[in-house]
Design a protein around this ligand. Structure first.
Ligand code: HDD
Length: 695
């Protein structure tokens, strides 16, 4: 027997005790004497966390080892069912501050008390992939906010796209089954580019407007800080007199909208599968708290009757030109959760969580959601007491006579658990200020009927398409060609092109050509006439990009011998303009600059490609440039930056690399000494370069 081995293990145990307590947080710090000991869940101090109990040093492990069994059992049950959709998400705490009262329309305090700050938790997610999937697939982003208001929790559970695929919740399981990995093969993970998705879509004309949005660059955002959010459905606001007004909610990012180029998104997935989550984490750590304006579109039932579409149909939006947005407040996200599982994983959003003064519309998709989310939380979190989990618990007092159930954490006192009663002194009771539904008169024939007003599936899809810049239109066509090229069945590809003919003949023929179809298919039989709606520039991304460097990141590729003055001048100008800078070099240990000083390096070249930056600079001595001209990672660095339409600052060494990569200088390639010109170019993409790099 080797006694030394046992002694060593004991030392490790002592060490682990200290670190464990340090990381564990208050819940696990159960002090025994002066020491915060490692304990079992029953509070029994543990003397050895390295070795299980054996009948002899070489013998079998004993069933008696309750410490081992408790630890392994707990571990075996660590996972809860991941969300059926929106499994991969990133959550952050923050607050909402009202800047403009809606008192005329609602009694909800969160929308009437100006300057009041309401705590909140926002979770942004992808839809289709599992919780371990990458951050940059082409996918809608979920945008869910739980406001802990004085009158209870209000959950606004939206997306970064203002419309949805389907009109009726009864189709949701079909949609999700079609979009998720195919059941016989278990792939693709987090991608719409496969047969079952496009099969379902091609047979569901109501999804065509959403198809335009998901094939646009909206579904490949540059950052979670640069997406819009939409409540999608019409909701109601109810004022003191019981009068109700329809409302749509919009989140508008202070940093403006920005998206990736498809090839950039694909490469980012490899370079950093957690790109979005890390980027948000780093911004919050650095105190660059992301902010969104909350805006509303308000309209009456009479106004809605005059719209050329039905606002209760979730495949339609209300153009801003028709009902302008009014900004009423702002959201700031400023605190990363302490624990991912406890907060981001266990947070339970339900569109049915509203507060007095806010109510639902008859949108059939919303009506189905009002059931689905509560039901899903019961299966995910395992108990009707999920509201007691700290991230879900209201921050205002709450009391009722609901009792017991699995994992009841509260200990209600007294003998009364019903209402009305005369036996308790101050029982919770109904209040006139409580939740009231809008007094709406509804009537009609019972049945599984879809309104005629829901029949127009192409007009807004067409409006979206014609509202885009030529670059964005080209990206939509490329995305459709990419996705449909992954579809094995010819008839599905053809069916999709036949729908596109109602949206734009030009788009249909581009896609048909890109797919190599022998003949353009006949147009799909439309259930209604396609209306000519005016272009709405608010639907663009490029039009909403802000010409600022704030929130963006610049990578400077250097090596031994790089010019220190050029690096410092660029760095200063970029940081002054509000962006962050990362130094990339062949070796992580640092680089020796022209003056002999050492510079700290943030990323090693092969692991820090230019896809991770909004613009790049290349500052290299002529020797280093020659060496790097033999290095694929360096060539890719500049070639990708060029192909992804980024501003590139170069010195003489950079020129060598540019030539080796067979790239020509254009207006976005700037002398590294022209710092101001580089900053100006880095504030946008070099769109005019696109025709030189993509057909
Ligand atoms: Fe949903 C999650 C957004 C339609 C059923 N949905 C979920 C989340 C978001 C949305 C952001 C993630 C919340 C989180 O971060 O935990 N869903 C939408 C939007 C829709 C929509 C904007 C249409 C306008 N959803 C929709 C329908 C149904 C569901 C029609 C069912 C009838 N959604 C669910 C769900 C999820 C969910 C299965 C999965 C996990 C969860 O609820 O908590 O119940």
């Amino acid at each position: 027997m080797n006694n030394d081995k046992f002694i060593k293990c004991k030392d490790d145990a002592q060490y682990n005790k200290k670190t464990q307590v340090g990381q564990g947080g208050e819940l696990h710090q159960i002090a025994h004497g002066d020491d915060a000991s490692l304990t079992t869940n029953q509070g029994v101090p543990i003397s050895d966390n390295q070795n299980s109990l054996k009948s002899n040093p070489l013998g079998p492990v004993l069933l008696e080892d309750f410490i081992l069994r408790e630890k392994i059992t707990h571990f075996d049950h660590e996972r809860i069912p991941e969300r059926i959709v929106h499994a991969r998400g990133t959550g952050v705490h923050g607050y909402f501050e009202l800047t403009h009262s809606l008192e005329q329309y609602t009694t909800a305090k969160i929308l009437t008390e100006v300057s009041e700050q309401t705590p909140l938790f926002t979770r942004i997610s992808t839809v289709a992939g599992g919780s371990g999937s990458v951050d940059t697939p082409r996918d809608v982003r979920g945008f869910a906010t739980k406001f802990y208001t004085k009158e209870g929790n209000w959950d606004l559970v939206g997306n970064n796209v203002p419309v949805f695929f389907i009109q009726d919740a009864i189709k949701f399981p079909d949609l999700v089954h079609a979009i998720k990995m195919e059941p016989d093969r278990g792939f693709p993970q987090s991608a719409t580019a496969h047969d079952t998705f496009w099969d379902f879509i091609s047979l569901t004309p109501e999804s065509m407007h959403m198809v335009m949005w998901i094939m646009s660059d909206r579904t490949i955002p540059r950052s979670l800080r640069m997406i819009e959010g939409f409540g999608v459905h019409s909701f109601r606001l109810i004022n003191e007199n019981g009068h109700s007004t329809f409302v749509k909610f919009h989140w508008r990012p202070k940093l403006g909208l920005q998206s990736m180029i498809w090839d950039e998104a694909v490469k980012t997935a490899g370079a950093d599968p957690d790109f979005m989550r890390r980027e948000l984490f780093e911004a919050i750590e650095a105190g660059d708290y992301p902010e969104w304006d909350l805006a509303v579109q308000l309209f009456t039932a009479e106004e809605a009757d005059k719209f050329p579409f039905d606002h209760l149909d979730a495949t339609k939006l209300i153009p801003e030109e028709l009902v302008p947005l009014q900004v009423i407040g702002r959201m700031v996200l400023n605190r990363w959760p302490n624990n991912f599982f406890a907060e981001t994983e266990q947070v339970a959003f339900c569109p049915s969580h509203v507060v007095p003064g806010i109510d639902f519309s008859n949108d059939p998709l919303l009506q189905g959601r009002l059931f689905s989310y509560l039901d899903t939380q019961l299966s995910r979190l395992g108990s009707p007491n999920f509201h007691q989990i700290p991230i879900n618990a209201p921050k205002c007092p709450f009391a009722n006579h609901q009792r017991d159930g699995q994992m009841q954490m509260q200990q209600p006192i007294g003998r009364v658990s019903y209402e009305p009663n005369s036996l308790s002194e101050a029982p919770p009771h109904e209040t006139p200020k409580g939740f009231h539904s809008a007094a709406v008169i509804d009537g009609g024939v019972k049945g599984r009927i879809r309104m005629d007003s829901f029949a127009d599936h192409y007009s807004q899809a067409r409006q979206f398409f014609i509202s885009q810049t030529s670059y964005e239109e080209a990206h939509i066509a490329s995305a459709l060609i990419f996705e449909l090229s992954k579809v094995e069945h010819l008839h599905i590809r053809e069916a999709m092109v036949s729908h596109l003919r109602h949206i734009s003949e030009e788009l249909a023929s581009k896609v048909s050509d890109g797919l190599g179809l022998q003949k353009i298919p006949d147009a799909y039989e439309s259930a209604s006439i396609v209306q000519e709606m005016p272009a709405s520039p608010a639907l663009q991304i490029i039009g909403k990009m802000k010409g600022i460097l704030l929130g963006r990141s610049i990578g400077i590729l250097i090596a031994d011998g790089s010019n220190i003055d050029a690096i410092n001048a660029l760095k200063k100008a970029v940081i002054d303009a509000g962006a962050s800078v990362k130094i990339v070099s062949p070796k992580i240990g640092g680089a020796k600059l022209s003056d002999g000083s050492m510079i700290k390096v943030d990323g090693q070249l092969a692991g820090t490609p230019s896809v991770l930056f909004d613009a790049v600079a290349i500052i290299l001595s002529s020797e280093a440039a020659k060496e790097l001209s033999m290095e694929a990672a360096a060539i890719d660095f500049i070639r990708d930056a060029f192909g992804h339409l980024k501003a590139i600052a170069i010195d003489n060494g950079g020129v060598t690399l540019l030539k080796t990569a067979n790239l020509r200088e254009d207006s976005g390639v700037i002398d590294a000494l022209e710092v101001e010109a580089f900053i100006a170019a880095a504030k946008t993409r070099q769109w005019e370069r696109e025709s030189a790099v993509r057909a």
